[in-house]
Design a binder for this molecule. Structure first.
Ligand code: GLA
Length: 392
């Protein structure tokens, strides 16, 4: 991350012609289990991971927001006003930034105009929460410039508003909570209703492979919203606030009244929430076989009941199981992106090689394997006057 921070300082100086005054970093996230249940206020088990977005910023006197990003260097953004009437810009990466500024403004926190540069080693659109990490960096910069300091949970809720109001994705709270509240060495058992977080140590000999299929998704395309609407239809029919409140026996007893598709959507959510509890217990007992079975069941449920997988992800999961992984499943919103694949750490490189080769042979595409580590959450970093980084 230090090299990335150095880079973003250089980028800022080259693009804006002066030194930055604020620096922030935010990790991506991997989710062990508990997929597509956060929007139903279920429990999830993600971890912040050592792939980062970093940002450098300084206030300007022109009352505008100037945004530049190394991965999107062909699309710099100048937003003409730093006043309260910010609007989303159709299809722009800047919405993740402007949406956060807007959410802070709406809660009375004003940063004034600023210039900001981003860099990242988090693949974009790979299901590793690149957007939540941009939001968290922005939030920290806004807090720095306005002299406020929110808790990770408060910050996460404002970042989630940016997704809802500016990016057009009615997402749950998992990504924003994880990216802001990550704990080194741990997965976070998050109750997405109460927003309480219980850290679970990830065994040191467990390898977390995030395998990017290189198929790109677009959650904003509307499929995410359609799944959420199906879930709402199910909970309304069942007469409960959200699917978090349904038990499997209740769901089975009301199957006929739900309709086939809506039943399957609800079946995924209810069984996945149960799997999260079972997985936590299996991890505590170091029962790898059971962990593997639960990942397989989670993938099958996401593929067949929730219908958010794609052929490449199904293939990666099947290959992983054939090549010695403990277990594997698609991760994140779906329709492309990555799998989470658990392996014995000492076999991680060999298994990643074998999976990569088999995927190439079958599809002609290159999968990118990231062996990741659970890390702490988003952080502000201080810059000394002569610009030497001092990491806080
Ligand atoms: C995306 C959303 C999250 C969550 C996952 C699926 O990452 O941003 O809130 O719903 O999909 O688990």
């Amino acid at each position: 991350m230090h090299a990335l921070l150095d880079n973003v300082v250089s980028h800022f100086e080259a693009v804006f012609g002066r030194a930055p005054e604020w620096l922030a970093s935010a990790p991506g996230r991997a989710n062990l289990i508990g997929e597509h249940v956060d929007h139903q206020e279920g429990c999830v088990l993600p971890a912040a991971i050592n792939r980062y977005t970093v940002a450098a910023a300084a206030p300007n006197k022109d009352h505008v927001f100037r945004l530049w990003s190394a991965p999107m260097r062909d699309h710099p953004i100048i937003h003409p006003t730093a006043r309260d009437d910010l609007q989303p810009v159709e299809g722009s990466w800047g919405n993740y930034v402007l949406g956060v500024i807007h959410a802070y403004q709406a809660s009375g926190i004003h940063s004034g105009g600023f210039d900001m540069a981003f860099d990242s080693n988090l693949p974009i659109g790979a299901g590793m929460s690149s957007s939540a990490s941009i939001e968290a960096c922005t939030a920290l910069v806004v807090e720095g410039l306005s002299g406020t300091s929110l808790s990770p949970n408060q910050r996460a809720l404002l970042c989630q508003q940016a997704e809802h109001q500016f990016a057009g994705v009615p997402c749950g709270i998992m990504d924003q909570l994880t990216v802001n509240g990550g704990i080194d060495g741990h997965a976070l058992a998050i109750d997405c209703r109460t927003l309480t977080i219980e850290p679970h140590q990830i065994p040191e000999d467990l390898g977390l492979l995030v395998i990017d299929s290189q198929v790109r998704h677009a959650l904003a395309d509307g499929e995410y919203a359609k799944r959420k609407a199906d879930c709402q239809h199910a909970s309304e029919t069942l007469g409960i606030p959200l699917l978090r409140d349904a038990s499997l026996p209740l769901l089975m007893s009301r199957k006929a009244g739900l309709g086939e598709r809506v039943f399957r959507r609800a079946h995924h959510v209810v069984t996945e929430i149960n799997r999260v509890t079972a997985f936590q217990e299996a991890m505590r007992n170091a029962d790898r076989e059971r962990m593997g079975i639960l990942l397989t069941e989670s993938h099958r449920s996401l593929r067949d009941d929730f219908e958010v997988s794609c052929p490449e992800l199904d293939l990666l999961v099947a290959i992983a199981r054939e090549h010695g992984a403990i277990g594997s499943r698609m991760m994140g919103g779906g329709f492309g992106g990555s799998t989470i694949t658990l392996v014995s750490l000492h076999q991680a490189d060999a298994i990643a090689d074998r999976i990569g080769r088999a995927y190439r042979q079958a599809t002609g595409k290159e999968a990118v394997c990231h062996l990741v580590r659970p890390v702490g959450g988003a952080a502000a970093h201080s810059l000394s006057p002569n610009n030497h980084l001092s990491l806080s």
